[in-house]
Design a protein around this ligand. Structure first.
Ligand code: CTP
Length: 409
């Protein structure tokens, strides 16, 4: 395999017990054809020897700003890197990076680079779940930093739980993914959906104020339609309930709706018989209590429009779920994306939530590209860098497949 031929990868190693696995990551990067420059922190040196990394890498390991002939090694490293991967990334490293604290060669390099960065966190569960770490991770993800893991399993000192560093093969796969995704190459490997029925909703609902005016939102329906098309391509029987003109393959069964109420009726009717429900639609949370039957005229003054809540379709579907059904929701956020989306996943009882920071450029509503954070129940968040909506759809459906493996029906 030479998926990384011609690529320079800076491999950062910070000080945790998983540092010994960095050797395996390094070997795999070399096997994939990469030119690997290792950088280790002082505390990493307490877990593994510099000689081990130097012997396997493309050039000797760098450990300090102050050794070697180069007076500014961090900017040079940051510029040379096609990708920087830090494995393991400790709570300290994550905290320093999130807060712009350049305390050693590795953090200086991370802050000096414009290359994509992949972090493989590793720490005890209590540390991973500490609000400061949660906040730092959310900050880094909102800046486009990629995360791989952590997984669940044996930790240092005989403990076990979430916080175990991702497997070296998965870390290297993510580095390859990031390298290729950011240069517009192929979608992730296809996981088929043959034999499954999938219901997808798309578009923004329009709530009538009078016969000519509506309360609407900015959703274009493109992401939902991309999911429907991708699910169809993977062999699923797909039903699409949408508010916009369908531009999906002819094999997809389409139902057009306009209002939240019509969408609720259509979804509740269809949901009970499908294996997967993906609520990508932007459903109005409120609608005018009364829709005027005649056009409101200016001469009658500024109308007072009283709103009432709509039914939460997603929560209703999740509450009535049948065994083995997988429920996916979306969350359009403008701040604290991971924290808010995780709360939504829990209180609506979902298996997967797809969150996007709609305040970021070229992301979400109306655009052809999106960048999302996908959170599976009981799993850490995983970010997908900005890509065509069809590529994002592939990642969403991969998460559906993984969720179904977590909870086989
Ligand atoms: N949704 C739904 N029915 C509604 C509103 C939203 O099914 N009446 C679904 C959307 O399709 C989406 C998810 O719920 O999958 C979004 O959750 P929601 O709580 O509506 O998110 P926000 O509108 O962003 O909520 P908040 O304003 O509280 O952030």
């Amino acid at each position: 395999m030479s998926a990384l031929a011609g690529r320079t990868i800076v491999l950062g190693v910070s000080g945790g017990i998983a540092a010994y696995k960095a050797v395996d990551v390094l070997r795999r990067l070399i096997d994939a054809g990469a030119y690997v420059v290792p950088v280790m922190t002082a505390s990493a040196g307490r877990f593994i020897g510099a000689t081990t990394l130097s012997a396997l890498a493309s050039e000797p390991v760098m450990t300090s700003m102050w050794e070697g002939p180069d007076p500014i090694p961090h900017t040079r490293l940051g510029r040379r890197a096609d990708v920087i991967v830090v494995a393991p990334a400790t709570a300290r490293l994550i905290g320093a990076y999130a807060n712009g604290l350049a305390t050693d060669l590795l953090t200086n390099t991370l802050i000096a680079t414009t290359a994509p960065v992949v972090l493989a966190p590793a720490m005890h569960t209590e540390m991973w779940e500490h609000p400061a770490v949660v906040h730092n991770i959310a900050t880094l993800m909102s800046r486009g930093v990629e995360l791989v893991g952590p997984g669940s399993g044996r930790l240092a000192g005989g403990d076990s739980g979430v916080g175990r560093m991702a497997e070296p093969a998965d870390i290297v796969a993510r580095v390859i993914d990031v390298t290729t995704c950011r240069s517009d190459s192929p979608a992730p490997s296809v996981k088929r959906l043959d034999g499954l029925s999938v219901l997808v909703t798309a578009g923004g609902t329009r709530e009538p104020i009078d016969p000519v005016r509506v309360l609407a939102n900015r959703s274009s329906g493109k992401q939902g339609h991309a999911i429907a098309a991708e699910a169809h391509a993977r062999g699923a029987a797909v039903t699409l309930i949408t508010t916009v003109e369908p531009d999906v393959p002819s094999g997809v069964a389409v139902e057009r709706v306009e209002t939240a109420e019509q969408m609720a009726d259509a979804v509740f009717k269809a949901a009970s018989s499908v294996d997967v429900v993906v609520m990508a639609a932007a459903v109005a949370d409120f609608r005018p209590k009364v829709a005027a039957s005649d056009k409101l005229k200016k001469r009658d003054g500024v109308p007072e429009i009283v709103l009432e809540p709509t039914v939460d379709i997603l929560a209703g579907v999740a509450a009535a779920r049948r065994p083995g059904q997988t429920i996916v929701g979306f969350a359009a956020e403008t701040e604290d994306v991971v924290v808010n989306a995780t709360a939504k996943l829990r209180h609506k009882g979902l298996d997967v939530i797809v969150a996007n920071d709609v305040s970021a450029p070229l992301v979400g509503f109306g655009h052809d590209t999106n960048a999302v954070t996908i959170i599976r129940k009981d799993h850490p968040a995983s970010s997908v860098a900005r890509a065509e909506k069809r590529v994002i759809a592939a990642h969403v459906l991969d998460a559906v497949v993984a969720a179904r493996q977590d909870a086989p029906g």
